[in-house]
Design a binder for this molecule. Structure first.
Ligand SMILES: C[S@@+](CC[C@H](N)C(=O)[O-])C[C@H]1O[C@@H](n2cnc3c(N)ncnc32)[C@H](O)[C@@H]1O
Length: 279
């Protein structure tokens, strides 16, 4: 494993850090030096970090973390540590990853975190999945189950998803608010703190003239022409370059994970609002 900082402020680990994470009310090793209180990241470099150093700092857990779009935004907002949880190995996740089914995490473990972010899969609700759904494909609908779990923690949390998902629209963000190359409207249900609304800006142009790109799937099909316009306008060579450029993500190379990512700017905005509330 190698490390070094990149422009996203991630530690730039080249491989997913996938530890055999053990958890309990008490550390199984009897140590009080775990990175996350009550959660002992056995074998991780953070394991030995002295808890005294993190007094007063806030940590976050990013549920359904994927390759870390939302996690990086939370780190940029100022959380001292972010633990990502995904059911699949995520080789490009830039922080500590816990490979785990969210619904098998005990509530008391989640209570150890100051802030919880959850981005359940959106395919059950998204327009982009309509053709597959029309052909009979079924996707898991995890929003109600996730909300039910997180309400039991009593902790501040955010549920993120596409606007068609069954969540409250306490906040809707889009790429124009952060000068991104995507529109990518996303809804946020916010529990336990407040976030100021911001207005979207007038769009600079259209997808067809290359002002924006639609980051969906692996970049094939009828919208290829619009990708070319975006790439030409920004001097980019590949669809991967275009996805990264448009979302301001520089550590994810897998097109599928780029297409699933939350732009870090959205999580940074919400994370900063939370940290300002508790400051
Ligand atoms: C929309 S993606 C998350 C994107 C991520 N927030 C980002 O910004 O890059 C949803 C992720 O949920 C994961 N997932 C689905 N069901 C899960 C479960 N029961 N427990 C943990 N992760 C799960 C998938 O593997 C996928 O990576």
């Amino acid at each position: 494993m190698t490390s070094g900082r990149n422009s996203s402020g991630t530690r730039g680990f080249t491989g997913g850090q996938n530890y055999n994470l053990e958890f309990d009310k008490e550390s199984p090793h009897g140590c009080d030096t775990a990175l996350f209180p009550g959660i002992c990241l056995a074998g991780s470099p953070e394991h030995k970090r002295n808890r005294d150093q993190v007094e007063g700092e806030m940590n976050a857990i990013d549920l359904f973390c994927g390759a870390g779009g939302s996690s990086v935004g939370l780190k940029q907002a100022g959380f001292s540590d972010v633990l990502g949880v995904d059911i699949k190995e995520q080789q490009e996740y830039p922080f500590t990853l816990w490979t785990k089914d969210i619904f098998k995490i005990p509530v008391y473990t989640l209570k150890h975190f100051d802030f919880i972010w959850a981005s359940p899969p959106c395919q059950a609700y998204s327009v982009a999945s309509q053709p597959a759904k029309a052909k009979g494909k079924r996707y898991p609908d995890l929003i109600d189950k996730t909300r039910e779990l997180l309400l039991k923690t009593g902790k501040p949390f955010v549920l993120e998803n596409v606007r068609q998902a069954p969540i409250r629209h306490d906040l809707v963000l889009d790429g124009t608010m952060f000068d991104l190359g995507v529109i990518r409207k996303r809804a946020f249900e916010i529990h336990g703190f407040e976030v100021s609304l911001i207005l979207g800006k007038k769009r600079a142009g259209t997808i067809m003239d290359g002002s924006y790109i639609s980051v969906v799937g692996r970049g094939a099909g009828s919208i290829r022409q619009s990708y070319r316009a975006y790439m030409d306008k920004n001097g980019l060579k590949t669809i991967r370059d275009a996805y990264q450029h448009a979302m301001k993500i520089d550590w994810i190379t897998d097109l599928k994970m780029l297409a699933e990512a939350v732009p870090p700017a959205y999580a940074k905005y919400i994370g900063e609002a939370f940290l300002n509330c508790v400051a």
